[in-house]
Design a protein around this ligand. Sequence first.
Ligand SMILES: [Mn+2]
Length: 421
Amino acid sequence: MKLFSFIHASDIHLDTPFVNISSSINEEYATTLRTAPFTALENLLEVAKLKHVDFVLLSGDIYNGEEKSIAGQIALQKFARELYKEGIQLFIIAGNHDPLRTTKYQLEYPPNTVIFPTQYHVVNFVKHSKTLAYIHGISHSSKEESRKLIDYFTTDFDPNTFHIGMLHCTVSSIPQEKGKKQYVPCSIHELQSKKLHYWALGHIHTRNIITEYPHIVYSGNTQGIKSSEEGPRGVYYVEVSENKTISMKFIPTSAVIFDTITVELEEEDTLDIFFIKIQEAIDSYVRVSTCTSHYIFTLHFQGITELDRLLRAHPEERWIQDIETYLRKSFVFCIQNIRIDTQNIIPIEDLRGREDLLGETIRILESLQQDTSRRAELFEKVKQQIGISSKVDALKEMDISIEHILENVQKECPYFFEERK
Ligand SMILES: [Mn+2]
């Protein structure tokens, strides 16, 4: 039997400026995108009300910026007040984007709201005068939190009650964006050793149930804030039963969804078929999507096709305009990127045999592919010619794959020469 239920959410990133994306899409859509994290918070509120949960956990990075804009504070205050009216409690920890500091301009929150301090703190959740759960949490004190936060969590508690930990951290074994620093790292083992029943983690934007019993969970962000954060984003609705069984359900909250749509082109596809295929791919994506949402798409074209020549002839912005003009029926989606991965149908043998710069380039590249010492010799020559060392050394270190260059030459160069005939 259900004992209580809650929502685990994190990384709302209110006030994300979306600088790069906004400049590459139309202004009307850019406005929708900038308000999307706020809309996601409203959607979260609807979920909490609909599910009649007992409390909501927000595991850090509620604001995108340390200064915590007044607009962001108003949104969070409204959210807290609405929950208060419904008798729903709200537990918040601060993350690396919005570390807890006393700012001069700070709004007040209703009594249902607990913002965990920068010192480890435990709060009990009481229902019908009975403590049903304990919530353990700690907030980040600065943008670069250097304390090992997991070490503050104690194991000195009554194990018969349900215990939840709130932490904004990086579980070290989770794959991360390349080059991204591991903020407040901790291991699965360290988390498990604390004997809590549910870890409501924040920081990593991709949702992930890392382990069960104990549950170590990232709910992911409530709204994608980069085009690489694809697919619906949302929250976990969690039910805890009397015997501590946990059941979880992902519920989307994102107001704008980023995604890539792949369109497979065939040898003899015409321009008409090209547009029809895009239309069908987008329609079927939107049809099966369970969210009421807006979409920002990257269109990815692949396949061996005669259209390859045409696809590469236009600049990307022109294609986006053309495709949107053809497809636009409503304000449901926009296209941000085009990725052309098609291939022409000219076989490499034909290119190799050509008596022009392209043929010559391919023959040289192919011979370099076999001959490492000649490759080194060539780098040396280039180095002398341009008289700078560092860049060329960098090239050498990068271990440029000749195969990769060859592939790109084959894909992208044949038409250059033809047009100049
Ligand atoms: Mn974070």
